[in-house]
Design a protein around this ligand. Structure first.
Ligand SMILES: [Zn+2]
Length: 186
């Protein structure tokens, strides 16, 4: 079952199973309950599509629900973990999680990322600026080009690309680098 987890091979999966066989039934029970609770305590935000821990009955995450944030700025990222990192810089706008990146040879980009959802949100909210915070990789560049084309005319489109060094991913960039990439975005 662990082989289905991202980045886990058969050998690591076997080690996890061996661990579970060695620990006490109480520990196994606790782990099983935590996994079960994931489905009831977390929800996917209806606006930005990130997963968050539910505290009230709202359908959006705390960031989307926070009216004090800059509503005219929309930061587009590949995955949830990128948001956690961007939050450590000084960014105070809103987000949208693409849920992936467009492979170079992809013929239907909307099958790989939430392209339709992003266009819909841009049309509905008309943010003054959409910041494309994609990785400085070949696929990141490719995705950026497609997004810029699809969003043309809806908002001002800017990009962090040049502020991040080649090959770097937003998830691992330090907050100062993100802050400076944000202030020098073009
Ligand atoms: Zn949200």
């Amino acid at each position: 079952m662990f082989e289905k987890f991202p980045g886990i091979g058969p050998r690591q999966a076997r080690r996890f199973v061996q661990y579970l066989l060695v620990v006490s039934p109480a520990v196994r029970q606790e782990i099983a309950e935590q996994i079960k609770a994931l489905g009831t305590q977390t929800a996917q935000c209806k606006k930005c599509y990130r997963w968050y821990t539910k505290e009230g009955s709202g359908a959006t995450c705390p960031v989307c629900a926070d009216t004090h944030r800059e509503q005219s700025l929309l930061f587009v990222v590949e995955k949830d973990a990128d948001i956690d990192n961007v939050e450590r810089s000084n960014y105070k706008g809103l987000y949208f999680v693409l849920g992936g990146i467009i492979p170079l040879a992809a013929e239907e980009p909307e099958k790989h990322i939430r392209l339709r959802e992003l266009i819909k949100r841009a049309e509905a909210e008309k943010p003054a600026e959409i910041i494309l915070g994609l990785s400085a990789t070949t696929e990141g560049d490719h995705t950026r080009e497609i997004l810029a084309e699809k969003l043309r005319g809806l908002s001002k489109i800017s990009s962090l690309g040049r502020g991040l060094s080649t090959g770097s991913e937003l998830e691992y960039a330090d907050p100062d680098t993100i802050a400076s990439a944000l202030s020098s975005r073009t």
